[in-house]
Design a protein around this ligand. Sequence first.
Ligand code: SAH
Length: 362
Amino acid sequence: MTNLFDYDREGLEAYFVDAGHKPFRARQVMKWIFHRNQLDFDAMTDLSRDLRAWLREDANLALPEIVERFESTDGTIKWLVRVGNGNSVETVLIPERGRNTLCVSSQVGCVLDCSFCATGKQGFNGNLSTAEIIGQLLLANAELKARGEAVTNVVLMGMGEPLLNFDAVVRATNLMTDDLAYGISKRRVTISTAGVVPAIYELAKVTDVSLAISLHAPNDALRSELVPINRKYGIAELITACNHYIGNLGEKRTLTMEYTLMKGVNDGLEHARELADLLRHVRCKINLIPFNPFPASGYVRPDVSAVRRFQTVLLNAGFATMLRTTRGEDISAACGQLIGKVQDRTKRQTRYLARVRAEELA
Ligand code: SAH
């Protein structure tokens, strides 16, 4: 069985052509699926009877199932979604005035193990398929439909490192921006990366969706401590790759630099100044994220005043600098709090749970 949700338009055309059908069948089927919400091949009445019968035999439209739904007092909704092999991932819908942002997962767990992120502590099981990524959008839209709304912005900032699941993520973002599917503007679809430098160059060849970089530190010594992949691809290399990607965007578009603020770690005024200096030749805006706690993290969120002082340095240096408001914290749906249910293939989850238990007993 071929799950048609694993294809973008190009892939679906190839699927039909390989079976001896006309490529325009892809357009017809995509319209049924994404515009008319029709997942039953038999109801796709502009396809011939034979073609429908063949699709029934050869293909399906399988989506991940919802295990549980959580709703925050601030309106944020989090779903735990079942994917293959006993794993679940989390998806978060953040309604704001005039827009609905969906935070989508791309992997079951994450291999990168950034020191301050709960997802890394769960270890890793594998990649999500395109169907499992796009399925998260489908279920959020199903919920929003009742309000006459839809997802307007997608950020690949859920569980996992999107650029380590490159092909499935690119196909999913192709569907998000394709008029025959979701038709969301490429500015409003953002891939976030901890800095997989070679994949940033590859990405520039195939798409121009928005890109966010999880920077978190202004120098290699500190960044290597927080974001271990920095030991492989240092800041200088990362900035060069960023400028390459920006060259691929229109003149008015910018990159986003994400910076999670942790008290006494990277939130000093000297860090802010060093950051401003580092980014002075990068067309970017800066998103400050006050640290969101999780058990046995070892980090603390800075006071509001410290966050404001940090922001002011960057604003004065001429950077558009936003403070990301924490959303969905009461349902553990905030940045860095997503854990899902990972059948860990590393030893990391066990070690982490032992630390949590030790802290509870202490
Ligand atoms: N792996 C990708 C996608 C995850 S994005 C990436 O690193 O960009 C999740 C964002 O939340 C990243 O910017 C991450 O650094 C940030 N984050 C992780 N843990 C956090 C925490 N505990 N508090 C606040 N932000 C956190």
